[in-house]
Write a protein that binds this ligand. Sequence first.
Ligand code: FAD
Length: 302
Amino acid sequence: MKTSGIAMLSTLFLLIQLATSDPSKEAFVECLKNQASKSPKPISKAIFTAESPAFVPTLFAYFRNSRFNTTTKRNPTAIITAMDETHVQATVICTKNHSLLLRIRSGGHDSEGLSYVSNEPFIILDMFNLRSIDINIEAGTAWVQAGATLGELYYSISQKSKVHAFPGGVCTSVATGGHFIGAGYGNLLRKYGLSVDNIIDAKIVDVNGKILDRKSMGEDVFWAIRGGGASFCVILSWNLKLVLVPEVVTFFRVDKAHEEGAIDIAYKWQEVADELPEDIFVRLQFHHWGEPVNKFTVRFIA
Ligand SMILES: Cc1cc2nc3c(=O)[nH]c(=O)nc-3n(C[C@H](O)[C@H](O)[C@H](O)COP(=O)(O)OP(=O)(O)OC[C@H]3O[C@@H](n4cnc5c(N)ncnc54)[C@H](O)[C@@H]3O)c2cc1C
């Protein structure tokens, strides 16, 4: 009796094991460990699967659009929070070897949730640990890793110089990884163009897991990653050309409702905004303040 009871328990245990273990996931994790075996930082600390207590907090840390937080949402098979460039290389090689879809996330601001949502099994490569910023004021350049936010970049520059800046977007929590691959525009647009007009080099991981820079990736790929979107490679870091700005700038904002002549201002703005000297940037924003939708803001930055 005793023996058959133990046998039944063992069978039950095995059935539970079979139900919960996923050989393809285990093989993928094993591949990561092999590929990154020589990494200075153990990749095991960067791997989060559904069994890890930190899986859900890690998934939601950069889940910026609650529109995609539905009960039918598919969770990633694993999240790799790369702590070293070798982890990025390993993730690219292993997702490719195991035919898994790779989603790359830097700041998580993608409007379509493309960095953390998928209908088929997928892996998230999370770049938030790779966020160092190295500024060389004498040369007027900076290297910034993909996980650094625009706010961190602007703040770091301001700590080194009051007359240097970088032309990028206005949302400080957007990350440089996703922002610059889409071009990047902001308050310095008129004077200095897009972010990508001021990028002079980049480090990427290609589809074979190789690290390339501008010279080794070639001018065509370098052109494509500056505005062409995310499908070419994983961006590790960008080399930026800083621009010169006055130490003091003037900023003011005017709020006008429809009955206060808002439409006339919007009309006039279209005629004059691009004719003004390039040192003046005038931004027009429509805002919804209660009902009816009739209020908007004009921002002048000179
Ligand atoms: C509130 C808000 C304000 C914004 N303001 C501006 C603005 O002022 N100016 C402007 O130009 N844009 C602005 N944007 C748009 C923003 O620049 C893009 O949504 C940008 O792609 C977000 O980058 P991310 O890294 O934060 O997002 P993520 O969701 O992490 O990434 C966006 C896309 O880039 C890919 N990607 C991310 N990291 C990498 C990487 N390291 N290598 C390769 N691919 C990668 C992702 O897979 C995804 O497809 C704004 C967006 C929001 C939500």
